[in-house]
Write a protein that binds this ligand. Structure first.
Ligand code: SRM
Ligand code: SF4
Length: 579
């Protein structure tokens, strides 16, 4: 008997899939409204997830009496958009799709992507095909591969930003799967077999970087700047932090092993911020990134998906052994990191000159959800803006969007369209709302334990009142909420994290910060939803009373530490009770 640990089920599906084909083609036409187990896993690499309506499931359970539930299947379809860069026409096409085949909403993700929800199986081919018709792609938006590469979206007319985006585009192409499966399944007419679109892999059958089993787990890369870490470099498997001199990039600090996901019941799992591994010249970036991906490919855990991300490999080996292995794969030693580190973060919201005589406008989209509801008609406003002003679009890592290349004369027109459709401008939303993010969670996410996107706006309504009472309305801190511990809104490195732990209960974390280079810590666990705001308010009071000059909320909580914060909140509760 072999001593090799047993491969996880997903590994077996990949091996047997003939480069991500499996039975997807047959099952697409089998008349069912769902796919089988293997196809569900393989489809992720094609950018789509089988889901079911959790609201309908819950309602069915109650009505059925005996726990019987009939699932209402649909699909989430995710676009991979390097640096979140797309055109007005592409956004219009996505808006059309969300109305025609989706649930009438479009979602900007926390990695500068776009998601459709609620697509039925019989519309899946048409949806992915149409996305490719407008030169967008879903290939490798999910799955055990390099995911969407994040990059600072500010469209500034300087060499640095152009170089960042160029590297994101180059890496995205280089690390994209090269199987023709995507092309065969989604770009070929299923009835005639005629190839209707080019693209979807470069036609090579063998995957020179991934091999037939791809990576042990998802892999995420971000490219950013020390003075503007809007991409949250430290939360990625691979962070490339540009070091600049005299207005151009002289190299990158290579950060490795960041990742948020954790399973509280499995002690072996943990969130991690990336570690500073090396400094490389710009011309080394693609080859070093490839070497890192290959080390994870060959040594990442393929038996237990809970500990298969690269952060666990680095934790097991230590950073120096990991670096030595990367050097071996790259073929040369790598220099130590440059001393520069993250020291700024910009969400790019509001008006800014681009440097070429034109302007860009950053619009905060609450939790990234583009929709029309009563007087709030963001979706319609976007249609008007894209059809008339035709700006270029950039999606931000904070689930928001930038309209770029706007002429000065068009600035009031853009603002007017937004106002007429009930969309608040940058100076009309509170600081706490602007710096918040929530993951999708219910009703589409199959892993959600609690509400998130649907709950955070109400929590912020309450917080706005409390912060105003304390005179802290303009205090800048990141508030991030997720419906389970997987951490899709990056709640473990922000100032205040709210993480769904059990039905209606959350873990409250504090002490991270905007820069994202430090993990926060658990302040209270299993807090009922209704107690979230009352649990946080004492921290604001303490912060107001005892902060040092210019200290941020996250830095304050970090300096005080858990014991001190708990002692204060106990004393505060006793005082409030006796008052
Ligand atoms: Fe995520 C799984 C949504 C960014 C960590 N994530 C999921 C799934 C696909 C649920 C599932 O596996 O069935 C969610 C689909 C929900 C839905 O209905 O749309 C989902 N993740 C999202 C998005 C849409 C959240 C959002 O509100 O914006 C983000 C899509 C980004 C994109 O365009 O590619 C999203 N997910 C993240 C991030 C943030 C990031 O990458 O910067 C993280 C934390 C960073 C990390 O990867 O460590 C993240 N998602 C996870 C994990 C935990 C991974 C782990 O290592 O343990 C899972 C679960 C898993 O992979 O098993 C997960
Ligand atoms: Fe779903 Fe959990 Fe990710 Fe939220 S954090 S989208 S609940 S997997």
């Amino acid at each position: 008997m072999s001593d090799e640990p047993k491969l996880s089920a997903v590994e077996v599906f990949k091996i047997q899939s003939d480069y991500l084909r499996g039975d997807i083609g047959q099952e697409l036409r089998d008349g069912n409204d769902f796919f089988g187990k293997s196809s569900i896993q393989l489809l992720k690499h094609h950018g789509t997830y089988q889901q079911d309506d959790r609201d309908a499931r819950a309602a069915g359970r109650t009505e059925g009496g005996k726990g019987k539930s009939i699932k209402a299947y649909s699909f989430m379809v995710r676009n991979k958009i390097p640096g979140g860069k797309l055109t007005s026409d592409q956004l219009l096409a996505e808006l059309d799709l969300c109305d025609e085949v989706g649930n009438t909403t479009l979602r900007i993700t926390s990695r500068q992507g776009l998601q459709l929800h609620g697509v039925l199986k019989h519309d899946l081919w048409k949806t992915i095909h149409r996305i490719n018709e407008v030169q967008l792609s879903t290939l490798a938006a999910c799955g055990d591969v390099e995911r969407n590469i994040m990059c600072c979206p500010a469209p500034l007319d300087d060499r640095v930003h152009a170089q960042l985006q160029a590297l994101a585009d180059q890496l995205a192409i280089h690390l994209c799967p090269r199987t023709r499966a995507y092309h065969e399944l989604w770009l070929t007419d299923p009835d005639t077999g005629e190839e209707t679109l080019q693209g979807g892999g470069n036609g090579q059958e063998i995957e020179p970087i991934y091999g037939s089993t791809y990576l042990p787990r998802k892999f995420k890369t971000a490219i950013g700047l020390p003075g503007d870490n809007c991409v949250d470099l430290y939360a990625n498997d691979l962070g490339l932090m540009a070091i600049t001199e005299g207005g151009s990039i002289v190299g990158y600090n290579v950060l490795v092993g960041g990742g948020m996901g954790v399973t509280p019941s499995a002690e072996k799992t943990f969130p991690a911020v990336a570690r500073r591994m090396a400094f490389i010249k710009p011309e080394q970036a693609v080859d070093v990134a490839t070497a890192i991906v290959k080390v994870q490919r060959d040594f990442g855990n393929r038996a237990d998906r809970k500990v298969a991300r690269m952060k666990y490999l680095i934790a097991n080996w230590g950073l120096s052994k990991f670096k030595a292995k990367v050097e071996e794969y790259y073929g040369k030693p790598l220099a130590d990191p440059h001393p520069n580190d993250v020291h700024g973060f910009d969400d790019h919201i509001g008006w800014f000159e681009q440097g070429d005589g034109r302007w860009f406008y950053g619009l905060n989209v609450e939790n990234g959800r583009i929709h029309d509801e009563a007087d709030f008609r963001l979706k319609t406003a976007l249609r008007v803006i894209c059809a008339t002003l035709k700006p270029s679009i950039r999606l931000t890592p904070h689930q928001s969007m930038l309209f770029t290349d706007i002429n000065a004369a068009d600035k009031p027109i853009l603002e007017k369209v937004l106002r007429e459709h009930g969309v608040k401008l940058h100076d009309e939303i509170s600081t706490v709302r602007r710096w918040s993010m929530a993951c999708v969670a219910w009703p589409t996410c199959g892993l959600a334990i609690t509400e998130s996107e649907r709950a955070l706006p109400g929590i912020i309504d309450q917080l706005e009142i409390e912060l105003a009472k304390l005179g802290l309305s303009h205090e800048k801190f990141t508030l991030r909420m997720t419906g389970c511990p997987n951490g899709c809104a990056r709640p473990y490195n922000c100032d205040i994290g709210l993480v769904g732990k059990a039905a209606g209960r959350y873990t409250l974390l504090v002490g991270g910060r905007l820069l994202g280079d430090r993990l926060n810590f658990i302040y209270k666990d299993m807090v009922p939803a209704a107690e979230i705001v009352p649990s946080i308010v004492p921290l604001f009071v303490y912060f107001k009373q005892a902060r040092e000059q210019g200290e941020t909320l996250g830095d304050f909580c970090h300096r005080k530490g858990l014991e001190d914060l708990l002692a204060w909140t106990e004393q505060y509760a006793a005082q409030s009770a006796s008052a």
